[in-house]
Design a protein around this ligand. Structure first.
Ligand code: E4P
Length: 219
C-alpha cells in the first residue's frame, strides 16, 4: 500500500519525505491556494523533490476543450505529474481522450460504486473516493471503500484506488483494512497516525530503568 501526502506545502513535504514512507503527493486548488505561491513553480519544486514519485495536479478549467488543453499543459510540467480531473459525467469524453493518449489521470471527487466502476472502465490511473466529505454529511462510508476495492479486484481493473479526504486515524485504519492501493493523508494526520502513546510511555520507562544502572558507556 502506498502513502501519499495531501498538501502543496513544500516544507511539510520535505520534512515528512524524510520518513522514507511517502510515495507521492496529491494537491488540489484549495491546498495550492493555501500555499500562496505561484502554483506552477510550487508544483515544479514539489515534483523535483519527489524524484519521480507521482504528484497529482488538478485541472481548473470547466469547458471541455479548455480542460483537454490544460490537462496536456499540466502533464508537461514534469514527468511525474498525474493530472487530476473531477468524476463529472460531462467530462467523460475528455477523460477517455487523455487516457487514450497515455496521460496519467487521478479521477477526483468519486462518491459512489457506479462512478468508480465507470472510471475503471475508462482505464483511469487512480480513482479517489472522498470518504471524509461523505462522512461529513452523515453518510456511512465504512463499506464504500471496501466495495470499490472488491469491484476493482473482481473485474481485474488496472486502476489504483486512492482513499482520499481522510479525516482521522480510524479512517486510515479503514483504508488499510479495505486493501486500498493508496491513501492520501494531510501532513497533520500523517504525523498523528505515526505516534502512539504506548510507544512514548514505553520509551520513557526503558530510559528511566537504564539510567538507574548509572552506566556512562554502553556497549
Ligand atoms: C485528495 O486528492 C484531495 O485533495 C483531498 O483528500 C481532499 O480532502 P478534503 O476533503 O479534506 O479537502
Amino acid at each position: 500500500m502506498q502513502l501519499f501526502l495531501d498538501t502543496a506545502d513544500y516544507q511539510s513535504i520535505k520534512k515528512l519525505y524524510e520518513t522514507g514512507i511517502v510515495d507521492g503527493i496529491t494537491t488540489n486548488p484549495t491546498n495550492l491556494r493555501k500555499d500562496g505561491a505561484n502554483p506552477k513553480e510550487a508544483i515544479k519544486k514539489i515534483c523535483e523533490l519527489m524524484q519521480g514519485k507521482p504528484v497529482s495536479v488538478q485541472v481548473t478549467e470547466s469547458d471541455l476543450d479548455a480542460i483537454y488543453a490544460q490537462a496536456q499543459e499540466i502533464a508537461t510540467i514534469s514527468d511525474n505529474v498525474v493530472v487530476k480531473i473531477p468524476c463529472y459525467q460531462p467530462y467523460y469524453p475528455v477523460i477517455q481522450k487523455l487516457l487514450g493518449q497515455n496521460v496519467p489521470l487521478n479521477i477526483t471527487l468519486v462518491f459512489s460504486l457506479p462512478q468508480a466502476l465507470a472510471m475503471c472502465k475508462l482505464g483511469a490511473t487512480y480513482i479517489s473516493p472522498f470518504l471524509g466529505r461523505w462522512d461529513d454529511i452523515d453518510a456511512d462510508t465504512s463499506a464504500l471503500l471496501a466495495e470499490i476495492v472488491d469491484m476493482k479486484n473482481e473485474y481485474d481493473f488496472g486502476t489504483k484506488v486512492l482513499a482520499a479526504s481522510l479525516r482521522d486515524v480510524p479512517s486510515v485504519h479503514q483504508a488499510i483494512n479495505a486493501g486500498s492501493d493508496v491513501a492520501t493523508i494531510s501532513p497533520a494526520l500523517f504525523e498523528k497516525m505515526l505516534k502512539h502513546p504506548l510507544t512514548e510511555q514505553g520509551m520513557e520507562k526503558f530510559s528511566q530503568d537504564w539510567n538507574k544502572l548509572g552506566i556512562s558507556q554502553f556497549p
